[in-house]
Each structure stands twice: as structure tokens, then as C-alpha cells.
Design a protein around this ligand. Structure first.
Ligand code: TIU
Length: 223
């Protein structure tokens, strides 16, 4: 096994290719394009667009190195039967009604253009796509069994939004025994304060939920 060590906070992160996956969380048009769920919730989507490039760079080296890549998408069945009433109610109250028609199709609905992953990060053959109804990527999905079956113990975590789906997933992953390294410039919150707070929450107390680093260190290590 090829062992790698990456500069990270609060201390170096060690991993090998065979036991590590790159996970790209919810890089969907609904969070990164005008008129999607994220913008309709009242957010500026500039930060979520800004991370497309750094994630793309890491994705390219990960693919080249032969690392497992996993994509997730947040969304629901067209009949909304898997959407908890509390989530639906709050989305409508905020003017971002799940299932309502928007410029990219029905908001946060599987199969719609807005629900799919941005062009720059389109999954390729062999990269699992996890469709999830919740914020966390493990809840009501087969992510855990896929990772266990492939012998994965480390996750390099990217995507949006840091304070919502990324953090929920990292917290769940940590409890399940996965070592999580979050990329500070490969994740975004709509508000920089939430980004900063999320990074601190993850790497504080000796890495209470995991590690954080910058994409340049992954590129240096894997290239
Ligand atoms: N609203 C918000 O910041 N995020 C979400 O609703 N989902 C994800 O983080 N993917």
C-alpha cells in the first residue's frame, strides 16, 4: 500500500490510496446556480461556485491516482413521499419550496436539471452517486455499506454547504469510525462566518471530528 502524509490541522493526516475515498457532497446546480434551492433560501451563491475549481483539481488527481470517488446529491422523489413534512414546511416558508417549479425544474427533485451535479464535476463511470433525502450522507442511504465493502477507512471531504450537509456527514462518518479530512477551500458555506466556524468545530480539541487542510497539499501529495 502506498502511504501518504498530508499537512493538516490539527496535525498531519496519514492515508493510503486503497483505503481512502474522495467524497464530493451536493455539488448540484440547486446549490451552485441561480434560481436553485440555495439561492431561493436567501443566499448569495458566489461561495458555492468558487469551490468548483479547487474540487475539480482534486478530482482530477484523485481519478489519476485511482482513488475511489463518491458523489452525493440531496433531493427527493417527485411525489415527495420521502420528504419529511417539517423540511417541506420550512422550505415553503422560506420561499424555496421543495418540489416547486424553478428555472432549472422542480426544486430539489431527483431527475430535474437543477438537482444534478454541475458540469465541471460530472461523475464518470464507476463513481457511485448517493442520492440522499437528508443533510447527512449516511441517513437512509447505502453509503456506509459501499464504503465498508470497499475497505474505505478515510474520507477526503469536499462540497457544499460546509455548515449543513458537509458537517452533518463528517459528524456521522466520525461516529462510524472514518477518519475525515475536510478541504477548507474545497467546501463552502454561503456566509464566510459559517465556513470559519465549521473549520474550527472540526479541527478543534485535537481534531474532535477530524482534520482540515487546503487542496494544494492534496495536489502536492498525490501528483
Ligand atoms: N441550506 C444549506 O445551507 N444547505 C442545504 O440545505 N443542503 C446542503 O448543505 N447540501
Amino acid at each position: 500500500m502506498t502511504k501518504y502524509t498530508v499537512d493538516a490541522k490539527p496535525y498531519e493526516f496519514e492515508f493510503n490510496l486503497e483505503e481512502t475515498a474522495l467524497i464530493i457532497i451536493d455539488m448540484q446546480r440547486d446549490f451552485c446556480a441561480p434560481g436553485g434551492f440555495g439561492e431561493k433560501l436567501g443566499n448569495d451563491i458566489t461561495p458555492t461556485r468558487k469551490v468548483i475549481e479547487p474540487i475539480k483539481n482534486v478530482l482530477e488527481v484523485a481519478r489519476e491516482a485511482g482513488m475511489l470517488v463518491i458523489h452525493t446529491r440531496e433531493g427527493h422523489r417527485p411525489d415527495l413521499s420521502d420528504c419529511p413534512p417539517n423540511k417541506l414546511r420550512r422550505s415553503k416558508r422560506q420561499g424555496a419550496g421543495i418540489g416547486d417549479m424553478g428555472p432549472m425544474g422542480r426544486i430539489l427533485i431527483r431527475g430535474e436539471y437543477g438537482h444534478d451535479i454541475v458540469d465541471e464535476l460530472t461523475p464518470i463511470e464507476g463513481e457511485p452517486i448517493i442520492d440522499k433525502p437528508g443533510k447527512g450522507a449516511f441517513y437512509q442511504t447505502d453509503l456506509d455499506i459501499i464504503l465498508k465493502n470497499k475497505g474505505i477507512t478515510n474520507l477526503i471531504v469536499t462540497g457544499v454547504t460546509t455548515h449543513v450537509c458537509v458537517q452533518t456527514t463528517i459528524r456521522e462518518a466520525n461516529d462510524r469510525g472514518f477518519n475525515c479530512l475536510m478541504l477548507e477551500d474545497g467546501t463552502a458555506a454561503f456566509d464566510p462566518k459559517d465556513q470559519e466556524g465549521s473549520i474550527r468545530m472540526i479541527n478543534q480539541q485535537g481534531g474532535i471530528f477530524g482534520w482540515t487542510t487546503e487542496s494544494k497539499y492534496i495536489l502536492e501529495t498525490l501528483k
